[in-house]
Ligand binder design. Structure first.
Ligand code: N01
Length: 492
């Protein structure tokens, strides 16, 4: 006989305890809303900063900005903190804001179904529990599902295979012959960190990244003490960093020709850093800067010029048991293969099976590319709010800024539901369509549409990832729930 556990009912159910889920929890708590639960599949908070532990892992946005506005950390040890320090910060926030009692660890969600008569989401966990919730918030991240390259013979490799997002620190790379596939943001951090340790390193580059110098440095005890004593100083620094980064939008999204200025800086950086003209030609990108994410690094070009490092631009033909064969017939031996090949992002599939009104499945609704309203709500999926949903990502600044804006928007929606005694809110299809039409029109004029391939776009070329403008515009537009954009169904 099968016993179904009785379902419990929550006011707000949040999935994921990374930056987004934690921000949502803190925002609710600070607003006096205590009836919420966060489901987390792992056994600690941190999301991407818990999972990505590859050598050299850190943030390429300055920590004074890449942190919550309401929880400045005067003790950042460098301008661009490393993974462990960011993870520690998130653990600190979890404890300080009393979120731990709200989090159910080791609880993965299997699926969620909207029940129209009750206006509740029914969420099933992998363990078979059913949790009902008036409001469901997904904070599952976009860059959480590793992308494994479709290269012939990959599974026949006899050595150790790592993906950047699933690093096995127990496997020492010292003295090994290593192949790294990919030269995106993750690879640019991994390569300089492992190059001095390994015997030989072959970097398989398909498209070179635009690299700019990174204004990184340690932050000494005196400066840290000053930030602790005079919080206004740290706030001022945060503002400076914010506006410096926002200025990039002028080139990325307003007038792409302005990117030529930044390209000149990037080209000069290559010329000054890379002595060998053949290597210079290999690493100098031929697409517009910013079309793919710009990667800051002070040690990447240096690492590529080490005696034991080789940059291979010949396409990979296949992976063999003991190495990598390129199309020119050369086989390079390898005992470890590092796949820095990114994430399955742009298809923006639902994080788990989500069924909205009339049983519609989100992955089917999104077959031709993900779409939402303000990157947060999707028509036909009432009372569902997605953190870092379609077209909320950034190519230039801190996602934490967007996450905070979104959390406030969700709070405003929850308040409206409570004040108006609503059973459900469902964004109007016409409001969502108009919003996306304008969004895609704007994206068509940006540098991201200038002809490169990137994880920002679906296979058919639709940019489902990036916000098309300044981040303050996003914040203004999400400052409160607008009832006229939604179908509102009153309770009973
Ligand atoms: O992944 P990517 P990532 N054969 O998709 C190559 C964030 N992040 O993990 O460009 C050969 O950028 C692919 O080549 P190409 C950040 O938002 C942030 O590095 O497609 N090569 C590319 O070089 C970032 O943008 C931080 O031609 C293949 C690489 O693999 C996002 O994560 C740090 C291939 C993939 O690059 C993803 O970055 C790290 C194949 N079959 C990451 N398939 C911060 O600091 C793929 N490639 C905040």
């Amino acid at each position: 006989m099968v016993h179904e556990a009785p379902a419990e009912t929550q006011r707000v159910l949040i999935v994921g305890a990374g930056f987004a889920g934690l921000a949502m929890g803190i925002t609710l708590k600070e607003a006096g809303i205590d009836e919420f639960t966060i489901l987390e599949q792992a056994d600690e908070v941190g999301g991407t900063w818990r999972d990505n532990r590859y050598p050299g892992c850190g943030c390429d946005v300055q920590s004074h900005l890449y942190s919550f506005s309401f929880e400045p950390n005067p003790r950042w040890s460098r301008m661009f903190a490393r993974q462990e320090e960011i993870l520690q910060y998130l653990v600190h926030c979890t404890d300080k804001y009393g979120l731990r009692p709200h989090i159910r660890f080791r609880t993965a969600v299997l699926d969620a179904r909207f029940d129209e008569p009750t206006g509740l989401w029914e969420v099933r966990t992998r363990a078979g529990d059913v949790i009902r919730a008036r409001v469901l918030v997904t904070g599952c991240g976009v860059l959480s599902r590793p992308s494994y390259p479709d290269i012939a013979g990959l599974s026949t490799f006899a050595g150790k295979t790592f993906h950047s997002a699933d690093w096995d620190a127990a496997f020492p790379l010292e003295g090994r012959t290593v192949a790294v596939i990919g030269t995106g943001a993750s690879a640019v951090q991994i390569i300089p960190s492992i190059a001095p340790k390994v015997a030989r390193l072959a970097v398989y580059q398909r498209t070179p990244p635009w690299v700019l110098p990174k204004p990184d440095r340690e932050i000494g005890a005196v400066e840290q003490a000053l930030f602790a004593r005079v919080p206004a100083l740290q706030k001022a620094l945060r503002r400076v960093i914010y506006w410096q980064r926002e200025a990039l939008v002028l080139g990325l999204a307003v007038e792409p020709r302005l990117m030529k200025i930044a390209e000149a800086v990037g080209r000069k950086y290559v010329e000054e850093s890379v002595a060998d003209p053949a290597l210079r030609a290999k690493v100098l990108p031929t697409y517009a800067m910013g079309c793919k994410r710009i990667v800051p690094s002070n040690d990447y070009y240096g690492a590529l010029q080490r005696e034991n490092v080789e940059v291979v631009t010949e396409p990979i033909a296949e992976i063999r048991a003991n190495g990598v064969l390129t199309r020119d017939g050369t086989e390079r031996q390898a005992d470890a293969l590092v796949l820095a090949t990114g994430f399955q992002a742009a298809e923006h599939v639902a994080p788990f099976e989500l069924r909205g009104r009339a049983g519609a499945r989100l992955d089917e609704v999104w077959r031709d590319g993900a779409e939402a309203y303000l990157g947060t709500t999707v028509s036909g999926f009432p009372n569902l709010f997605m953190m870092t949903g379609p077209n909320t990502l950034l190519g230039h600044s801190s996602m934490v800024f967007i996450i905070e804006a979104q959390a406030r928007y969700v709070l405003s929606s929850i308040r409206a539901m409570r004040e108006r005694r609503l059973k459900l809110v469902d964004v109007r299809a016409d409001a969502q369509a108009r919003y996306n039409e304008r969004l895609q029109e704007r994206l068509g004029k940006t540098v991201w549409a200038s002809g490169c391939t990137s994880w920002y776009k679906t296979r058919s070329g639709k940019n489902t990832m990036l916000w098309p403008g300044f981040t303050f515009e996003y914040r203004l537009r999400t400052r409160r729930f607008e009832p006229r954009d939604y179908e509102l169904v009153p309770a009973g």
